[in-house]
Write a protein that binds this ligand. Structure first.
Ligand SMILES: NC(=O)c1ccc[n+]([C@@H]2O[C@H](COP(=O)([O-])OP(=O)(O)OC[C@H]3O[C@@H](n4cnc5c(N)ncnc54)[C@H](OP(=O)(O)O)[C@@H]3O)[C@@H](O)[C@H]2O)c1
Length: 318
């Protein structure tokens, strides 16, 4: 059972952070502390120490991080590496020093070698080259995964749990065309085309690559489940996903239907496709008894509804 000891949700204004707040609330967990980035910059070791010394949270969901699309990763590789490394390093060490019971950290599917077309297992980590474009971000995430293992091995008092969710989506995702991930980017472009009554919309690539998408509330539930079942976990990372993937082409059709856009979707195959397939094998985590509950169509519906209601609340270039 998640008995709701004092819980710190780092990055509570982000996609996953907000989902964690929603799912903790559903469970009646009111003992939650949060800080905005302006109140607590997690890259500052002194500020993080002071916060942990004062609040002494027992459970920490480390949902803060610098994330972004390919463009942002290419333009700001040093920031992606430095900020993620320093945030996680500061929070991991303060959690240990001030006696947190459990800390959940989030890796990313880009930690895995880029060319695996079968479902990717946890043991595939560090077995081949990773995608060059996101390498600084991925290396910071790999360090976090390995740090969880190292802290558990050396100290053992605070339980560090490393989860590796596949592409997340949902309300409060970033719809900034420069920064957004695939589903948010398609929702932005398709609703924009519908509003302008465009007869056609051209998207990058062939539409053939396949992606696994997991709704943010499911990842939040998986995180709470992991804390509740911490004693059953091995000292390793766990993949979190739905177990199935969809081509970008089919995804764009489903979003068009949900958004009521009936223009033609064209594909510009002169533009790069990116990784062909990125499906995680999640059997290690699902064998513990967890499974996602929000199907893709329902998730698209909820995300679209939120986007239409709150356009502009989070960065949107459309
Ligand atoms: N989205 C995905 O598909 C995905 C997949 C796998 C793993 N992950 C990982 O899951 C975690 C959450 O992702 P997300 O998509 O929810 O990210 P997000 O929406 O971009 O939210 C990140 C949060 O971190 C906060 N933050 C960034 N830098 C900070 C700093 N220096 N000090 C304090 N707070 C800071 C941000 O605060 P502001 O709101 O003030 O900017 C924001 O609230 C990240 O570690 C990410 O790498 C994400």
């Amino acid at each position: 059972m998640f008995e709701c000891p004092k819980t710190y949700v780092a990055g509570h204004n982000g996609l996953l952070g907000r989902a964690l707040l929603r799912r903790l609330k559903v469970r009646g967990c009111a003992n939650v502390v949060t800080r905005t980035r302006a109140e607590l910059d997690l890259t500052s070791q002194a500020a993080v120490e002071m916060f942990f010394a004062l609040e002494r949270p027992q459970t920490v969901f480390m949902a803060a991080g610098l994330t972004g699309g390919i463009g942002a990763n290419i333009r700001r590789p040093a920031e992606f590496m430095h900020e993620n490394l320093s945030m996680q390093d500061n929070v991991f060490e303060a959690a240990r020093k001030y006696g947190a019971e459990t800390l959940v950290f989030y890796g990313s599917s880009c930690v895995y070698p880029g060319r695996i077309e079968r479902p990717i297992r946890e043991d595939d980590l560090l077995t081949g080259p990773i995608e060059e474009t996101s390498a600084p971000y991925a290396l910071a995430k790999m360090s976090g995964i390995k740090a969880c293992k190292a802290y558990n091995s050396q100290y053992g008092k605070t339980r560090y749990i490393a989860l590796v969710p596949n592409s997340m989506y949902g309300p409060w995702d970033s719809f900034d065309p420069e920064n957004s991930h695939v589903l948010a980017s398609l929702i932005g472009k398709i609703t924009h085309a519908r509003e302008r009554r465009d007869k056609s919309l051209t998207l990058w690539g062939t539409g053939e690559p396949r992606r696994e998408l997991v709704y943010c509330d499911d990842v939040a539930d998986a995180s709470i489940f992991a804390v509740e079942n911490a004693e059953r976990l091995e000292n390793t990372h766990y993949n979190i996903g739905t177990g199935s993937d969809i081509s970008i082409k089919e995804l764009s059709q489903r979003i068009s239907e949900a958004a009521g856009y009936d223009g033609e979707i064209r594909w510009d195959s002169s533009k790069p496709d990116g990784t062909k397939r990125k499906l995680l094998d999640c059997s290690r985590f699902s064998s513990l008894g967890w499974s996602p509950i929000v199907g893709l169509d329902e998730g698209i519906r909820r995300t679209l509804e939120w986007y239409m209601d709150s356009k502009g609340e989070r960065a949107s270039g459309f």
